[in-house]
Design a protein around this ligand. Structure first.
Ligand SMILES: [Zn+2]
Length: 265
């Protein structure tokens, strides 16, 4: 099983795409979030991944940098159904609020020719806190991340070797979600900026943390590998600087992926 980070940036980045990723395990493909626009289709194309090969996507929440690529994916899938005779199904998973928002946006900006596939070939799968589900062949436990800004979800994923991956969503692990992160093989954690730059980017005002905070949490959770993403643009030294800062608090392996980087899980 591997993951490709299609984007690794926060909302207003200019030099990278918004954070979203693709999980692949053999023929199974699950897209997690879609960034903020049609760049998601460009990135999937660059990977030679047809949208019709995606069994499903998981949408974490309704913020623009996560949800606005979703109608583009749905548009591409529905167009394949309308024009290329694609007969498969595509599942969009998320909490009730997120799915309502996805549907509302699609009804506003996509024609009936495409939205007519809703609930027949394009399926909306509502997830609730703590619910176990299989999505595109991946075994997940969805969880509410406890955001104060908006209802947001993350998930725990069962890996082929029996270990776990915790995708903490768009905010750091909190006491309410620690049980999903404890001793995971992988922890995917947002970090807006370096701790050294906290006065410049003000991560805490946005319910985000720094690479140092994420590393402290990863150490506390006793995970083996941590991924840091959803960052400010920074320059070519981003990976080195964030890794170096996280290293001061975390003993395990640290990954600060660039856009389009693939990691084996
Ligand atoms: Zn975000």
């Amino acid at each position: 099983m591997n993951v490709t980070f299609l984007g690794t940036g926060c909302a207003l980045v200019l030099k990278r795409y918004n954070t979203c990723f693709l999980l692949e395990d053999g023929e199974n493909r699950l897209l997690v979030d879609a960034g903020g626009g049609n760049e998601i289709l460009v990135r999937l194309d660059r990977l030679n991944v047809p949208v019709t090969s995606l069994g499903a996507m998981f949408v974490t929440h309704s913020h623009s940098d996560h949800i606005l690529g979703t109608p583009w994916v749905i548009r591409a899938v529905a167009t394949a159904m309308a024009e290329e005779g694609y007969t498969g199904t595509f599942t969009v998973a998320g909490c009730r609020q997120t799915l309502q928002d996805v549907r509302a946006i699609c009804h506003m900006i996509l024609g009936r020719k495409l939205t007519k596939y809703f609930d027949s070939q394009i399926l909306f799968r509502e997830v609730s806190d703590g619910e176990e589900l299989t999505l595109a062949g991946f075994r997940l436990t969805a969880f509410d991340i406890g955001s104060k800004k908006m209802r947001q979800f993350g998930f725990r994923l069962a890996l082929p070797d029996g270990e776990m991956l915790c995708f903490a969503g768009d905010e750091p692990v909190k006491p309410s979600t620690e049980k999903y992160a404890k001793q995971a093989k992988w922890l995917f954690s947002e970090a807006y900026c370096l701790y050294a730059d906290r006065e410049i980017y003000k991560p805490y005002e946005r319910s985000h943390v720094t690479s140092l905070d994420a590393a402290r949490l990863a150490q506390e959770m006793q995970v083996s590998n941590m991924v840091i993403y959803h960052t400010e643009d920074y320059g070519p030294d981003r990976k080195a600087r964030m890794t170096q800062e996280a290293r001061t608090a975390f003993d395990g392996n640290i990954f600060v992926p660039e856009d389009m980087e693939t990691i084996e899980l």
